[in-house]
Design a protein around this ligand. Structure first.
Ligand code: FES
Length: 80
């Protein structure tokens, strides 16, 4: 299995909408960060499907080292 690669070294703040389904890129290879574009194929990594209970802003991980995907947990601070 391939390792995730960082798509950025800071989270991206995004408005998430209630009722919408999201697919977060866990592999770092998508050109549509922070969301999956199918580029993980062949890596053994899978995206994270999620939704939110209410419309709100969230910080989504781009370093791909979070232990709370898809959300930033501050891990990017350890990988710089
Ligand atoms: Fe990265 Fe799909 S492109 S998980």
């Amino acid at each position: 299995m391939s390792k995730p690669i960082a798509a950025g070294n800071e989270p991206v703040i995004i408005q998430l909408e209630q009722g919408k389904k999201y697919v977060w890129c866990s592999c770092g290879r998508s050109t549509r960060q922070p969301f999956c574009d199918g580029s993980h194929r062949g890596t053994g990594l899978e995206p994270v499907r999620f939704a939110v209970d209410e419309t709100r802003e969230a910080a989504l991980c781009q370093c791909k080292e979070t232990r709370n995907p898809p959300y930033c947990d501050g891990s990017h601070a350890n990988s710089q």
